[in-house]
Design a protein around this ligand. Sequence first.
Ligand code: FES
Ligand code: FES
Length: 162
Amino acid sequence: MSGARSIDLTCTVNGETVSETIDARTSVADFLRDRLGLSGTRTGCEHGVCGTCTVRVDGQIVRGCLMLAVQCEGGTIETIEGVSDTGEIADLQENFRNRNALQCGFCTPGMLLTAQELLAKGGVPSRDDIREHLSGNYCRCTGYHAIVDAVEATAQARATKR
Ligand code: FES
Ligand code: FES
């Protein structure tokens, strides 16, 4: 016997109610990927360092590898799939494409959700502020410059629409 304890979990994921029986030790990231097939949430370090597992829980971004899925009981999880489907970050995604802000794409879901957290505050953050905000999300490919460009361009475009 492994000693694993099963527990019932009901929460909302990307707008749909989900009820599953899971191992109590299952992380949010593993729950999303392995149980629900939402593979846009990536797992890299699984130690809270790289940010690639970033999702929103009750409107706040969290590291899905550090949070237990059972902590989401009765709550709301949003993944890159759901946030993309709503169109909330369509402009940011387009700027990532236009500015070549992704190469392998492994970091991109977490990067987008983290950037959107900053952009949702409104205004046009400085490049230093963008870098600081994204500093917990690692990218091995781009050198970050293009990512900052894409976030800045999105902030500027949103500011002119307001
Ligand atoms: Fe969660 Fe790296 S996989 S922070
Ligand atoms: Fe490859 Fe960021 S695009 S890790």
